[in-house]
Design a protein around this ligand. Structure first.
Ligand code: PLP
Length: 419
């Protein structure tokens, strides 16, 4: 099985570099640093095709937004109808009310909903509402937790060794960070700052880049919840990435705790631009007083898409379907790896697996990913993956064939062992 020819991708990248800083920016910029496709020509179901017309089984799902498959007929029809009726207009559309009602009916923590475009809109709004509600300033987050590109958040990524360009120390002045799964560290912070902590914001489980992902330990969330309640700290769940892939009612429901606010984005509209912040009744008044807006926040078509997407996810029992598929994918990949002498670890939830070859150095792991990508299985070396309800048994079998070829191309594991 030959590696794909991606010459047209490389040629367009050279053109892009002339007019776009970096060629491709942000998280999509990873593609320009590795072999493989840089530009898609079309997408459908679980696949995309690059501009050289190579087909890929997509296990990144646009980094999460695609959950029901690309070009989903029901979601696209809902969006199309709304585009035809009107999208960005001088007043809001009734579909905003219908979507808020559906979220309130579906999501455990939702008594109200506000809408934006990106996940970072929801997380930044949640933090502002928490400050307004408590009259306190400090935000507690998990080390390496990611909540978007707002300055308060990016400041948390700076270390002695790593400068984050365009961010000042002051941007992070009110940030406190603790390790994942460490409720005792949270308790110590509360003792240190008894009257200052407005909120605790965290994804429901730890899904950092470049590291194995970690689920909550037994009792962790119950302890965090009780500390928040005891000390008047608002508990914000960032479900932007994992939302709808664990539990349609919010990932906190699956992990048995209550949240004051839950942030959604990515998959909420199967790729149409929308994010949502939902929250408890007790925060509704203050949420109405925090000024929050954007020129495109009121677009009706993405809201129509989200309504259809929620209905379709419910019908398909999407989270369970993706969990079952993810389990089969993980088991198959681990098994194939071991036949070639490699230890593959799959961590995180089955619907969002993070992969790491544990018995070879990271650059060999990256080479294995490249061998998969350039034969038609789209994976990423440093990030968790995503499955969708469009991935099926045929995709699974084709994936296993390609991954087997990728290991053959990588060669004997013994020559790459970690010392
Ligand atoms: C957990 C989490 N929160 C927030 C965000 C920010 O979302 P967006 O990039 O849509 O602003 C992301 C994006 O990857 C995320 O994974």
């Amino acid at each position: 099985m030959e590696r794909f020819d991606t010459q047209k991708s490389e040629d367009l990248l050279a053109r892009a570099r002339e007019v776009i800083p970096g060629g491709v920016f942000g998280h999509y910029g990873t593609s320009v640093r590795r072999p493989g496709p840089k530009w898609f020509s079309r997408s459908d179901g679980a696949y995309f095709w690059d501009i050289d017309d190579n087909k890929y089984i997509d296990y990144m799902c646009a980094y999460g937004p695609m959950i029901l498959g690309y070009n989903h007929p029901v979601v696209d029809e809902a969006a199309r109808n709304q585009y035809q009726a009107g999208n960005t207009v001088s007043v809001s559309s009734p579909v905003m009310v219908e979507l808020a009602e559906l979220l309130v009916e579906t999501v455990d923590a939702a008594d109200w909903a506000l809408f934006g475009k990106n996940g970072g809109d929801s997380t930044s709004l949640a933090v502002r509402i928490a400050r307004a509600a408590t009259g306190r300033t400090k935000i507690v987050k998990i080390q390496d937790g990611y909540h978007g590109v707002a300055p308060w958040m990016m400041a948390s990524m700076a270390t002695e060794e790593r400068e984050i360009k365009g961010i000042t120390k002051e941007d992070g002045a009110n940030l406190l960070q603790i390790p994942w799964n460490d409720a005792t560290a949270f308790e110590q912070l509360i003792a240190e700052y008894p009257d200052d902590i407005a909120c605790f914001i965290s994804s429901p489980y730890d899904h950092p880049a470049m590291r194995d992902n970690t689920l909550p330990e037994d009792g962790y969330w119950a302890k965090v919840e009780s500390l928040c309640q005891k000390h008047g700290i608002l508990l914000i769940v960032d479900d932007v990435r994992s939302g709808f892939r664990i539990d349609l009612a919010g990932s906190n429901v699956a992990y048995g705790f209550s949240a004051d606010m839950v942030c959604f984005g990515k998959a909420i509209a199967n790729g149409y631009p929308l994010s949502a912040l939902v929250g408890r009744d007790s925060l509704k008044k203050v949420a109405s007083e925090v000024f929050y807006t954007g020129s495109h926040f009121f677009q009706a078509a993405p809201m129509a898409a989200a309504k259809a997407c929620l209905v379709e996810m419910k019908k398909a029992d999407a989270a369970n379907q993706m969990t079952q598929f993810g389990n089969k994918l993980n088991d198959g990949l681990v098994n194939i790896a071991s036949q070639h002498g490699y230890d593959l670890k799959a961590s995180g939830i089955p619907a969002m697996p993070y992969y790491r070859l544990t018995n070879v150095p990271f650059d060999i792991h990256s080479q294995w990913i490249d061998e998969c990508v350039t034969r038609g299985v789209y994976l990423l070396n440093y990030h968790n993956h995503f499955v969708s309800t469009a991935h099926d048994e045929d995709d699974l079998n084709r994936t296993f064939d390609i991954v087997n070829e990728a290991f053959k191309a990588l060669g004997d594991s013994a020559q790459h062992q970690v010392a």
